[in-house]
Design a protein around this ligand. Structure first.
Ligand SMILES: [Zn+2]
Length: 441
């Protein structure tokens, strides 16, 4: 779980970043009763619940193995079988009327769910992965309904762990207002701007309302040492030291919230790093490295943005209609018509490239007077870790562990202080410029 460290002028506070960008981003592990629902929506804004320790990483999430629904005219029950207990979130959706039950899950083994048993409240249902780590059971309703109670059961004897959700009838008014509340809570939880008419895309942008969230990604970790210097120093330790120090400087400025993809010697896949930045709706993602190079004469710092000719994963992500809405959630009212959505997606894609480039320029501008840079320090490459379509992303090569001069610098605290301060100034300049551009538009 990504830990967000908040920048405040007086002292520092720490808190959990809201969990995934589902329609309702509030994960529950205990029992949820009707009547708590409104309070739950309010809580989602103020104090998102924290994940259970057993679900620390997506690899720990259980699989969904089965799901079944039975219904009558007045009541219905959904049972989801899982390979272990998990957390869940519930959201009410309109047009058509649906209730979404999201569970943290590694994958779903259900190819085609069985038909609904009986006739009544629930018309049909489907189970699919809404995104990595989140399985969604979507129930289409015949009449307005609400969740009466929902609870997890641990595995007992030959019974697997189960999520049980009971439904009862609801009035159309209640249903509509709950759907609106869920949407508002979800937007607030994501730190997205309040909905504005989609006819004016120019007013949407990447400047956040509160403190921007900067996600720092110390390269490598755990079994992956990264590059190693002849004296045995590993890249993974250098990148972590830099990241922790940069986090402190940025937080102390009072202007930023900062989270690290790892805070210790942990192994993370590249996918997980990108995923953490995206799920937490980072405003800037900086991956830190000190790799080695075949040519040992090559030295100096450089900053990479993503190669524009690289295959764009956005197209792949967009194949799934729901993810498409998740991606543009910070940009548009989720109910925008498809043609408006296309325009906004295109706008977002261009904005992210522009923002990444702007950030890279700002960092280099601050680094250049302080440290030795590589020739042509602003570079493009198809780094996997830079592929988030909705987060401005950079990779900073601090120096090369294949060069003697760089090895000495990278381990020297005075040099590190200079680089960290320059990077922090660059980050601040970037957000200043972004703000100025927004005002100018
Ligand atoms: Zn590296």
């Amino acid at each position: 779980m990504l830990r967000r460290v908040a920048g405040e002028s007086t002292g520092q506070t720490e808190g959990q970043v809201p969990v995934p960008n589902s329609v309702s981003a509030l994960w529950r592990s205990g029992r949820l009763l009707v009547g708590l629902l409104v309070m739950v929506s309010a809580l989602a804004v103020a104090a998102p619940t924290t994940a259970q320790t057993s679900l620390a990483s997506i690899d720990d999430y259980p699989d969904v193995v089965d799901a079944r629904v039975s219904t009558t005219a007045e009541r219905a029950r959904l049972i989801i079988d899982l390979t272990g207990p998990t957390e869940f979130a519930i959201a009410t959706l309109r047009d058509p009327d649906r209730i979404a039950i999201d569970v943290k899950a590694f994958e779903t083994k259900i190819l085609a769910p069985a038909d609904v048993a009986g006739d009544g409240i629930i018309k049909s249902f489907d189970v699919s992965m809404a995104e990595r780590g989140r399985a969604r059971t979507l129930l289409e309703l015949n009449v307005p309904a609400q969740v009466q109670q929902a609870y997890m059961l641990d595995a007992v004897a030959d019974q697997p762990a189960r999520l049980v959700v009971d439904f009862i009838l609801d009035t159309p008014e209640n249903f509509t207002s709950r759907a609106a509340a869920d949407l508002a809570a979800s937007l607030a939880n994501q730190g997205a701007p309040p909905p504005t008419p989609p006819t004016d895309p120019g007013t949407h942008g990447t400047v956040p309302e509160g403190r921007p969230l900067v996600v720092l990604d110390p390269g490598h970790g755990g079994i992956d040492n990264g590059a190693s210097a002849p004296n045995g120093v590993h890249e993974k330790n250098i990148t972590l030291t830099f990241a922790l120090q940069l986090q402190k400087v940025l937080v102390d400025s009072g202007r930023f919230d900062v989270a690290l993809t790892r805070e210790d010697d942990t192994y993370l896949t590249l996918n997980e790093r990108v995923d953490l930045a995206r799920r937490n709706r980072a405003n800037l993602f900086i991956s830190l490295h000190a790799d080695s190079f075949q040519d040992t004469a090559i030295r100096g710092a450089s900053v990479y943005t993503r190669d524009e000719n690289a295959t764009d994963i956005l197209d792949k992500v967009l194949a799934d209609g729901e993810n498409r809405y998740d991606i543009v959630a910070g940009f548009a009212v989720p109910q925008s018509p498809p043609e408006v959505m296309d325009i906004l997606v295109d706008l977002m894609r261009r904005e992210m490239r522009k923002s990444s480039f702007l950030a890279a320029e700002a960092l280099i501008h601050q680094l250049e007077p302080s440290v030795a840079m590589r020739r042509f320090p602003l570079r493009q490459a198809d780094f996997f870790v830079l592929q988030a379509p909705d987060v401005p992303s950079l990779l900073v090569e601090l120096g090369f562990l294949s060069n003697g001069g760089d090895i000495a610098n990278l381990q020297q605290s005075e040099w590190r202080d200079r680089v960290v301060d320059a990077l922090a100034r660059g980050v601040a300049d970037y957000f200043d410029k972004l703000q100025a551009e927004m005002v100018a538009e």
